[in-house]
Design a protein around this ligand. Structure first.
Ligand code: AMP
Length: 451
């Protein structure tokens, strides 16, 4: 499992801006939803790199004083998401190294699918690893490359790795940003108000620092940022897009635009599609907050059934997935969500969530709504059944824990004790995200893996 630790994370890079680490900090704050376990920033002042990383939320890890020590006009940052109980600080990013060309730091979002193979080959040749992160492979590949320039060494290294990577690499004077040939994970380029540049996993980071969206980093593209120059683009791989559709379903923030489209609109359209695909007579449509909100609005608008906030969310508790044991997860759902009795009592309720993974949340929610006096509870899910684990960086449990991989819809409906259950289908999901061809990876719903 350890090579899987580099789960859905956020990366950011700031270049050509005084106090770059401050902007990296604000950007990471906007990207906190992509990972709450650890946060880190490396800055470059032209002579030296400075790094601070620690377990905890961005606001906890950094303060004014710490940011002051991260001096320089370039910085990269990372928030880490992981489910496994490995609390080693070594597994936080940026990954920093000194090597024959100087110093470098790397942040990475995505999973490398040949990580173990590459690591074994490196170890055989005498490499010593300090962490379980696949990102450390890159450090070794870059350091061991025979090429003279960092740029060429990066190209050498990425040619040896497979899978999903949105990377930002910092040297003492330059910054590099790169996406794998499929563009699994998002990475966008923006311009800062003073003329510097920003790259970030999601555009919600741009809004917070006043940056203007320029474009996405293309799949297979490497961008090089050097002082006083426009970013230079190199096409390292022929692009064959396979964007992660789960970014739209659950992971990205609704105010972001990823893969060229508004996440909010995509989610709302999923709700509209769901209302057409699986209508049911009811008095009220309610979301499971926060993930189900845009889809529930779409469902309500399309069906004409009133939308209400039927469940309150306590914001002072993290995502339920983070707890490793099943018992803790049950408790956390209760701590996190509570019913609004005056909305629910005596009503036929349609409740919308973005996905069912293990079934824990839905089961709790249906029971909670029934206990609050709902006459009927109809569960609607704005994505298809999650049947297969993700190897490209979204944290899904093993197949045997995925309820839809092991039960039919009728069985799941019975298990969660709902009056009815319906999911979105793949075709409707693809329509909601404006798919033009096969540019999306839907492996978590179909088992069709690319790499
Ligand atoms: P479960 O209780 O296992 O069925 O999980 C479903 C809930 O977890 C839904 O409310 C989703 O919004 C949320 N969810 C789905 N995928 C993930 C993920 N990869 N990480 C964290 N939460 C998720």
């Amino acid at each position: 499992m350890h090579d899987n630790l580099n789960e859905k994370c956020a990366v950011v890079g700031i270049f050509g801006q005084e106090e770059a680490s401050k902007l990296a900090y604000f950007s990471l704050h906007a990207l906190q939803h992509r990972g709450q376990e650890a946060a880190g920033i490396s800055s470059a002042d032209g002579r030296k790199l400075h790094t601070i990383k620690k377990r905890g939320l961005v606001m906890r890890v950094f303060n004014e004083e710490k940011l002051r020590t991260l001096s320089g006009s370039a910085a990269i940052g990372h928030t880490r998401y992981s489910t496994a109980g490995d609390d080693s600080i070594l597994d936080a990013q940026p990954v920093f190294a000194r090597y024959d060309l100087g110093e470098m730091a790397i942040v990475h979002n995505g999973n490398l699918t040949n990580a173990q193979e590459v690591r074994n080959a490196l170890i055989k040749k005498g490499a010593i690893f300090q962490t379980f992160m696949d990102t450390e492979n890159l450090i070794h590949l870059i350091a061991k490359s025979e090429k003279d320039k960092l740029l060429d060494r990066i190209i050498d290294a990425v040619e040896r790795i497979e899978g999903a990577f949105s990377l930002v690499i910092l040297s003492r004077t330059k910054m590099f940003a790169m996406r794998d040939r499929h563009g699994f994970r998002p990475l966008s380029l923006g311009k800062l108000p003073n003329g510097g540049y920003i790259v970030a996993s999601e555009t919600c980071a741009f809004d917070l620092v006043g940056a203007e969206f320029i474009r996405d980093v293309e799949p297979g593209e490497l961008l090089i940022f050097s002082q006083g120059k426009e970013p230079k683009s190199i096409k390292v791989f022929e692009p064959t897009p396979k964007h992660c559709i789960f970014e739209y379903v659950y992971f990205a923030r609704p105010d972001s635009s990823v893969f060229g489209q508004s996440v909010y609109k995509a989610r709302k359209d999923m709700g509209k599609e769901l209302a057409r695909l699986a209508p049911v007579e009811a008095d009220v449509v309610i979301p499971v907050p926060d993930g189900g909100v845009p889809a529930a609005i779409g469902y309500a608008q399309e069906s004409g059934i009133p939308y209400e906030m039927g469940i309150m969310r306590n914001h002072y508790i993290g995502r339920t997935f983070i707890e490793p044991t099943q018992e803790m997860r049950d408790l956390k759902v209760q701590m996190k969500l509570s019913p609004m009795t005056e909305i629910i009592k005596g009503k036929r309720v349609i409740v919308i969530d973005d996905s069912i993974v293990r079934g824990t949340t839905s089961k709790r929610i249906v029971r909670m709504l029934k206990e609050a006096g709902a006459n009927e509870v109809h569960m609607r899910v704005s994505s298809p059944p999650t049947t297969d684990p993700c190897y490209y960086g979204v944290d899904t449990p093993d197949k045997d824990k995925l309820i839809a991989a092991n039960m039919s819809n009728e069985e799941i409906c019975e298990y969660i004790e709902a009056d009815s259950l319906a999911y979105l289908d793949e075709a409707s999901l693809l329509r909601s995200v404006n798919a033009q061809g096969d540019e999306y990876c839907t492996a978590c719903f179909t088992g069709k893996y690319i790499v």
